[in-house]
Design a binder for this molecule. Structure first.
Ligand code: SF4
Length: 403
């Protein structure tokens, strides 16, 4: 009797756009240890920041939505004590996942930013959200992997993410006519339509939102192989749009919105970076020369004891909102380019896995990215990372953000 061999089991690797693909783009080797091996970082302040702000925004929206369901709409601004209470819950849940703010200054900045985000952005944003925290998932074909790296058969992979959604119904609701965020979104959509970039837009469409606990990146890098986060975040939101449109019951996505939450309350270090971006003409949202915003951005950081020390909090709402919101029109050609970029990154991750299997050497198999000194300085693996060793001088302890 001949024995029939069992056919290989179906295997579909899953890649999250944020924790896997963006982690790999930031640095392949760091991703190998933190993302694949799940070794917790000893200095996870960047991750803490992003997850903390995201978590409090979601909780704020949940509380607002519940008040609407109970027919007693309770829109922010809220007493900061209420926001602190929500923030403490989120902080505790992150603590359970071994994510800490590193020091008091980082924690204080996180708390101040969530109060600003809830109380200044929330009143405009929350009434527009029609669905929150939607899990997205789609299957994509894996790009061909060179034969000598084919250590497993992976014809396709799953791509995942989470977004919030606004629909055209909310944008067209007369009740929101005075909402400055609606005016900004509708003005942008009309401009894109007039330019012919958004053709055949149906009456019923969606806008998807992705929060980032980061400052608005420069629109082009200073060269030297630096990671182009401007393009990467643009591809990410368009890839979300692509996956969302494939979900049953969803509508056409016309716009992707990335909200850079740090812009709502920038630190003096953020303003110094903005000043440099303006000088090198590598940012798209700048203040009017001579305006109050311009003066504040070009101020020298005052001493802590000086009366002007909190001037960084005096930037106008209009300027901060425009810096925080990045609007990406979603059209076929741009989406096709974005998803192909992400397919390529996933192929690179697969190839790195294969290289590690073939050569049993993690350091050789995973690419290292030293283009962001802050990432390398905060990295737990810098003591043995070959590329970092070759790249010369980095600070030994990370510069933590503070207010
Ligand atoms: S030190 Fe820099 S290049 Fe090396 S693993 Fe860490 S982040 Fe990557």
């Amino acid at each position: 009797m001949s024995l029939v061999s069992k056919s290989p089991s179906f295997y579909l690797p899953s890649y999250s756009l944020t924790s896997d693909v963006l982690g790999f783009i930031r640095c392949g080797l760091q991703y190998r240890y933190q993302g694949v091996a799940k070794i917790p970082s000893t200095r996870p302040f960047q991750l803490w920041f992003g997850e903390f702000i995201h978590g409090v925004m979601e909780e704020g929206y949940r509380q607002y939505e519940e008040s609407v369901r109970n027919r007693a709409p309770d829109l922010p601004p809220w007493n900061p004590v209420r926001v602190y209470r929500m923030a403490r819950q989120i902080e505790q849940s992150l603590r359970d996942r071994k994510l800490f703010p590193n020091n008091r200054a980082v924690r204080k900045l996180g708390y101040l930013r969530v109060v600003t985000a809830i109380n200044e952005l929330g009143p405009y944003l929350f009434p527009l959200i029609s669905e929150a925290e939607i899990s997205l998932s789609a299957t994509r074909s894996m790009l061909p992997i060179p034969k000598h790296y084919q250590t497993r058969q992976v014809p396709s992979y799953e791509v995942t993410g989470r977004v919030d959604v606004i629909t055209s119904v909310q944008l067209n609701d007369p009740a929101h006519r005075g909402n400055s965020l609606v005016q900004y979104l509708v003005g942008f959509l009309n401009h894109e339509r007039a330019q012919g970039r958004l053709r055949n837009l149906p009456n019923d469409f969606e806008v998807i939102i992705d929060y980032k606990g980061a400052r608005r990146p420069a629109i082009s890098t200073a060269g030297g192989g630096a990671t182009d986060y401007w393009s990467v975040y643009g591809w990410q939101v368009k890839t979300y749009a692509h996956i969302r449109e494939k979900q049953p019951g969803s509508k056409r996505v016309a716009l992707g919105v990335v909200i850079y939450l740090n812009e709502l309350l920038p630190t003096w270090d953020d303003l110094a970076k903005l000043q440099s971006d303006i000088a090198y003409q590598i940012t798209d949202i700048t203040p009017t020369p001579g305006s109050d915003d311009w003066e504040i951005i070009h101020m020298k950081k005052p001493m802590k004891s000086h009366a002007d020390y909190k001037k960084n909090r005096d930037l106008s709402w209009d300027f901060r909102m425009r810096r925080a919101l990045r609007l990406e029109p979603v059209h076929q050609q741009a989406v096709a380019e974005a998803v192909t970029r992400f397919d390529r990154y996933v192929r690179q991750i697969e190839i790195s896995h294969s290289k590690e299997k073939l050569c049993s050497d993690i350091l050789q198999a995973w690419p290292q990215n030293t283009s962001d000194p802050d990432t390398c300085t905060a990295c737990d693996y810098h003591t043995f990372c070959p590329r970092r060793q070759r790249s010369g001088n980095f600070a030994t302890s990370p510069k933590l953000p503070s207010i």
